[in-house]
Design a protein around this ligand. Sequence first.
Ligand code: NCD
Length: 338
Amino acid sequence: MNFTGSNILSVEQFDIDSIQTIFTIADRMQPYARRQKRTKVLDGAILGNLFFEPSTRTRVSFGTAFNLLGGEVRETTGMESSALAKGESLYDTARVLSSYSDVIAMRHPKSGSVAEFAEGSRVPVINGGDGANEHPTQALLDLYTIKKELAYHGHGVDGMHICMMGDLKFGRTVHSLSRLLAMYKDIRFTLISPRELAMPDSVLEVLDQAGHHVTVTDQVSGSSDADIVYQTRIQQERFTTPQEADMYRGKFRLNSEIYTKHYKPNTVIMHPLPRDSRAEANELDNDLNQNPNLAIFRQADNGVLIRMALFALTLGVADQIEKYECDVNWYSEKRTSY
Ligand code: NCD
C-alpha cells in the first residue's frame, strides 16, 4: 500500500505487510513519545482535528501525535459549534477546511460520513470513528497492543483466542478490530453479548470466510483459555432512547472475582476506553487496576505511537523522522509504557 497522500478510512485497505510497516514506524516513535528526543519533521504542517462527536483520548492523542512530530493542531469540536449545524454539506466543509490543513482527522456520528467528507478533501483524511461503522486507528492500536502483550507471554497473534464482550452491535472498535484480526491465521473469537447487541452479520461473514473459529454467545463461558478479553461499553449514544441502553448496562461485567473465575491467570484485559464507571454499568471494575494483565492504559499510550506513524506515512516523511531530531530541554519524567 502506498500511504503518501492516502486517506485512512477503513481497516479493509490494509494487508499484513502494510500493518507491519505502520507498526515498525510506531516502534521508532517511542523515544519521541517518551520525551527522550524531539523531532521537528512536521514543523509548519497543520492538522485539522475535527471531532463532531464526544472524544477525549482519540482527539487528544491525534493532536499530541501531531505536536510530537513538530506540527500545529487546529481543532473543531461538537456539531453545534460548526457550520454543519447551519446545514452545510460535508463536501463543502471538506473543501474549505482542507485548504487550511495538511491532513485531517475526523470523527462524526454518521456511518460513512468520514468517507463522504474525504471526497471533498484535498488532503489526506483519517477516520477517528464514523458512527457505529469503523474506527481504524483504534483497531491498529489495539492490534499493536495485542502483539506486544502476547509477545511478552511468548505468543503471536496467529492461533490466539480473544473474547470480545459487551455491546458488539454498536461498538465500532470491535468491528474494526475483528476485520483486522481476520487477516491473521486460525484465531478463536468468543463473542459475548446480549442477543440484541450481537456482532453484526457483515463482520461475522468476514471472520467465517477467513476460516476463523467463532462462538457467539450470551453467556460468559468457554473463556478459560482466552489470551485476551476485550471489554466494551454499552454505546448509549447509538440507542433510540437512554432507557433502552439502561436495559443492557451492567449485564456483562469484569471484576477481579469474575476474572479469576472465568479466565486464566495471564489473560490480557483490554478496553478501548472510556469505561463506564457508574455503579449501574461498571463494566470494568477498578478492583482490577493493580492487576498486571490490565493493559488499558498501555493500550491508550500506544494510540499516540500509531497516530504518529500514520501521520508520518500519509505525509510522506517516515524516512526523515530522525533527520529532524533535536534534544529535549525541559525536565521530563521517565515514561516506560510507550
Ligand atoms: C471508543 C469509540 O469512541 O468508539 N472510544 C475510543 O475511541 N477510544 C469506544 C467507546 O466510546 O466506547
